[in-house]
Write a protein that binds this ligand. Structure first.
Ligand SMILES: Nc1nc2c(ncn2[C@@H]2O[C@H](COP(=O)(O)OP(=O)(O)OP(=O)(O)O)[C@@H](O)[C@H]2O)c(=O)[nH]1
Length: 917
């Protein structure tokens, strides 16, 4: 008996899902009426300024900046495509396998069927416009999904090579949907991204996808969530398998006590919905299970949330009688509470067009608006804290106190004069993070920004605190995947695009400020939003232009690639003149090659992808002085300096700072110290350094410093024995002005050349003295396996691959991705483990007795191996792991550090390199 007609709602039918099914008591169209719009207009005329800010607050309240995170292939792109379709954004369903998706729009992404770049897309859910006509105080008796919301969706890549890209996207999200593959369960990459999201305290909901596939095990996945992600899954949906063991046809919803059945083979807009009684008639066992799920949900929430306990008592302790609104509110409180371990969990099969609309409702109902999101971390002049504290002035006061205490041995004269810190913060007009740079064939370079405070206006001057330069923002856009709408400003909490910036790179902080000075007042110049560390590259390849005339074009394209992706590095081998591109993984470089050659049309070819070994000195050189005196490009240049190289044994940078230190910096695994004895700087009346009798006319200390640093870096790029870049090396350059500077003859190129020659000579000196050693990248590897394969995997790692096991079943922080993740994982580790057998999960219909036993062994006891293994031994490991674990094993890895190689290993690797792989 069919209890409710198959629904095909009028028009596109797309609005119906998000709205009508889940905000049952109202007519969704009513709140969008023209009458409301006229009233809103009148109100805005009466009290423009207050209503404008209220309007902005309301718009912000109806905004969600969310991301989708998951293991590779869990179905992020497929789910995103459905979201775009149901929201009315696209008219047809994109297909990853056909290469017709909206979000993976780069040719390389379409060809490979994977997401490489994050794309930010804006759409509305439920469909409609979020404008003044709709805003107004929210009707508290209705879920938020009763009104249209703006969703800015960042599609993040899932492959481990793009971890940096994931981190970059994560820090601008206010909430996230974590997609799990219902067959594979919780995978290694999921765990990694999950912990990274915990670092930024991002509220999450979980979506178990692919429930239509053979072997899908929803119950097992739920239990894995508790044991491996260390959270309590609040099961809001349970899957509906027709006749218990038949195909997946829909979901039963424990929040609203109803079931949704999608029409088979349809585009997903036609849904049959039924209440509990109707479900009992159609699928009695599912009705019974739904009751159990509702009881479990209310019980779980009661453990965390006082209010739901009161609601429960008001309903005479009847779990079924608690209203769906009370449950949604309770879930929302738990999701937004950073101390809560409850995470709502939903079910679906995006590819079969099932489950996506209720997931969108969950995004709107449960994830935070930008105003509710956690305070983003900033650093300013060496002090870290929340942006809100900065804006209140507290953080900047703390910073100025710190800056005014002179470091014991630090030279004070380089610090710029400080304005009153409160004045500086008053001058801050907006603060934004450039989270993505994309080269668009039609529109040029697009810089995606998330605005955190104030409003980024068209034509404003933006100071880039990473590059220390200002750029004007000539055009602003709101992006809709590949399409764009021009706007005058991007307010706080929103995501948009700045067109026309020539320098800004991914990850840079941009600030605008009052006044017309070229730089903002100190210490705003050092303001950084959510800084992240770029891990060192471990693979490299050479890039060769097809002809000399193509060289310039190739270098421009490489520069653009680097703006897009700061985890790529370009260096030039001084001796061979070869350009080397290095990155995080083989796939990372392959994609870079595709981008360079196919998308940016550089006429160049790339060599073999190789492991990036390093070289390091085994002792100290003696000081080497070089005077460069040559004519370069028709101009005489003369400069000198003394270089000393030493191995770096974990010394802190501050150990090196002395009275005459011009620079002390850690760069790419090395340390550069520059000293200038007796430069005799003269100061201007304002206290700033002005000139020195030794400095050539027009040259300041910054130029001097940069030239010397560049010279040292060029020399460090090539080790004296093995030609690999130097690592773990401290270079100290000393300038004695009367001996090394020669007035007008001292050019920046002469300074750089002198620094390079002196450093290279000091490095060569090592060969006749203590010698050098090759270093190799050693990876921190986390492998997930089942109990049965544990022994063989451990044996393989420790005997065949020369790795050593660090721990079993413990989360070890992954260095190199983010410093603070160490704390967050440690904090997560401190939480008591959750017993998966005490977590509610519906039975898996396809589990036979033996399969069930195996599943329970896996889910109650999945094993995690943490090991340190040389990268060389990990090339092609996935295939091997799969064969050892009957396809179930997964792993993630990141660079731990570079380690000295034994003489024997060094010999073997060199022989292999000479003979080719
Ligand atoms: N059977 C089934 N297949 C699905 C489902 N969702 C996605 N897929 C398939 O799974 C594969 C991976 O899907 P994607 O959407 O590209 O996954 P992704 O997570 O975006 O992958 P990356 O971008 O590479 O990280 C594709 O072949 C999809 O067709 C589903 O619900 N059921």
């Amino acid at each position: 008996m069919v209890a409710a007609p198959l629904l095909r709602l009028p028009g596109s039918g797309m609005r119906c899902m998000g709205s009508r099914f889940y905000r049952s008591p109202i007519n969704p169209l009513k709140s969008f009426s023209g009458l409301n719009s006229i009233q809103a207009q009148r109100q805005s005329i009466q009290c423009f300024s207050t209503s404008l800010s209220r309007w902005q607050d309301e718009v912000l309240d109806r905004t969600r900046n969310i991301g989708i995170i998951a293991h590779i292939d869990a179905g992020k792109t497929t789910t995103t495509e459905r979201m775009l379709f149901y929201s009315g954004f696209t008219r047809r369903l994109g297909d990853v396998d056909e290469g017709s998706t909206v979000t993976d729009f780069l040719p390389a992404e379409r060809a490979r069927g994977i997401t490489i770049q994050s794309a930010a897309i804006t759409f509305h859910w439920p469909p409609g416009n979020v404008d003044g006509a709709q805003t107004g105080a929210r009707d508290q008796s209705l879920p938020r999904s009763a009104a249209s919301h703006t969703i800015n969706l960042i599609d993040t890549p899932g492959h481990a090579d793009f971890t940096f890209e994931v981190m970059r996207s994560l820090r601008i999200l206010d909430g996230a949907v974590c997609i799990l593959d219902g067959v594979a369960g919780v995978e290694a990459q999921t765990e990694k991204v999950w912990h990274q999201a915990s670092t930024y305290k991002i509220p999450r909901v979980i979506y178990v996808n692919k429930l239509d596939r053979d072997g899908a095990a929803f119950g097992r996945t739920v239990r894995e969530v508790s044991s491996r992600l260390s959270v309590y899954p609040a099961v809001c949906h349970i899957p509906w398998f027709e006749g218990v063991t038949g195909p997946f046809v829909g979901i039963a919803d424990a929040i609203n006590l109803q079931a949704l059945r999608w029409k088979e083979g349809d585009d997903g807009r036609t849904v049959k919905m039924m209440n509990l009684e109707q479900l009992d008639a159609e699928e009695p066992s599912l009705g019974q299970e739904l009751r159990k799920a509702r009881i479990a949900l209310v019980e779980l929430l009661s453990e965390q949330d006082e209010t739901i306990v009161e609601n429960f008592f008001e309903c005479d302790e009847d779990h079924m009688a608690v209203s769906s609104m009370d449950i949604i509110d309770s879930l929302r409180r738990c999701v937004l509470d950073p101390t809560s371990r409850i995470v709502p969990l939903f079910a679906g099969a995006s590819f079969r067009n099932m489950g996506v609309q209720p997931l969108l409702d969950a995004v709107v109902n449960l994830l935070p608006s930008p105003a509710e999101a956690s305070d983003p971390e900033v650093s300013i002049g060496g002090v870290k804290g929340g942006l809100r504290r900065l804006l209140s002035g507290d953080l900047i006061v703390e910073q100025s106190e710190k800056a005014s205490v002179p470091a014991k041995s630090k030279k004070k004269k380089n610090t710029a004069p400080q304005t009153n810190p409160k004045d500086a913060i008053d001058k801050l007009q907006s603060c934004a993070l450039a989270f993505k740079v994309v080269n668009d064939a039609k529109r040029g370079v697009l810089v995606y920004v998330r605005v955190y405070s104030g409003s980024l206006d068209r034509n404003s001057l933006l100071f880039n605190t990473n590059l220390h330069l200002s750029e004007r923002a000539p055009r602003l856009l709101k992006m809709y995947a590949n399409d764009a709408v021009e706007v005058d400003s991007i307010p706080a909490g929103h995501i948009g695009v700045v067109v026309g910036l020539k320098q800004a790179r991914t990850g840079d902080t941009l600030v605008s400020y009052a006044g017309n000075k070229p730089t903002p007042p100190e210490p705003l110049t050092s303001l950084q939003l959510r800084p992240i560390e770029v891990p060192p590259p471990v693979f490299f390849t050479s890039v060769e232009p097809h002809s000399l005339s193509e060289e310039k074009r190739m270098q421009e394209s490489l520069a653009l690639l680097l703006r897009e992706d700061p985890s790529l590095h370009v260096s030039v081998d001084e001796e061979s003149g070869q350009t080397l591109l290095s990155g995080m993984g083989e796939l990372h470089l392959e994609i870079a090659r595709d981008r360079l050659i196919n998308d940016l049309k550089a006429k160049a070819s790339m060599g073999r992808i190789e492991i990036g070994y390093r070289e390091s000195g085994l002792g100290e050189s003696s000081p080497v002085t070089k005077i460069f005196d040559k004519e370069v490009a028709g101009r005489r240049g003369k400069a000198g300096c003394t270089a000393l190289v030493q191995p770096l044994n974990g010394e802190d940078i501050s150990d090196a700072a002395e009275e005459d230190t011009l620079l002390a910096e850690n760069i790419e695994g090395n340390q550069i110290i520059i000293r200038a004895h007796g430069l005799q700087m003269e100061r201007a009346s304002r206290g700033e350094e002005e000139s020195s009798p030794f400095l050539p006319p027009g040259m300041d200390t910054v130029t001097l410093r940069t030239a010397l640093q560049n010279g040292a870096l060029a020399a460090l790029a090539r080790g004296p024995q093995f030609t690999f870049p130097m690592h773990n090396t401290r270079v100290t350059l000393t300038i004695n002005p009367p001996e090394h500077l020669f007035g007008g003859d001292t050019t920046t190129s002469a300074l750089a050349a002198a620094a390079r020659q002196a450093t290279s000579a000091a490095l060569r000196e090592l060969l006749t003295g203590p010698g050098t050693v090759m270093m190799e990248p050693v990876m921190n590897v986390i492998i997930s396996v089942d109990e049965a394969s544990l022994g063989s995997v451990v044996h393989d790692i420790s005997s065949s691959r020369g790795g050593h096991i660090v721990s079993l079943d413990e989360h070890v922080p992954i260095p190199g991705t983010d410093a603070s993740s160490t704390e967050s994982i440690a904090a997560e580790n401190d939480l008591p483990p959750i017993n998966p057998n005490r977590v509610y999960a519906p039975p898996d219909p396809f589990a036979t007795q033996s399969v069930a036993a195996e599943i329970s062994a896996i889910s109650s006891n999945p094993r995690t191996i943490t090991a340190k293994v040389p990268l060389k031994e990990m090339v092609g490991y996935l295939k091997h792991l799969r064969s050892l674990t009957a396809g179930r094993g997964t792993f993630v890895m990141s660079v731990d550090r570079f380690e000295n190689m034994s003489a024997q290993r060094q010999k073997a690797v060199l022989a292999e390199l000479r003979g080719g792989f």
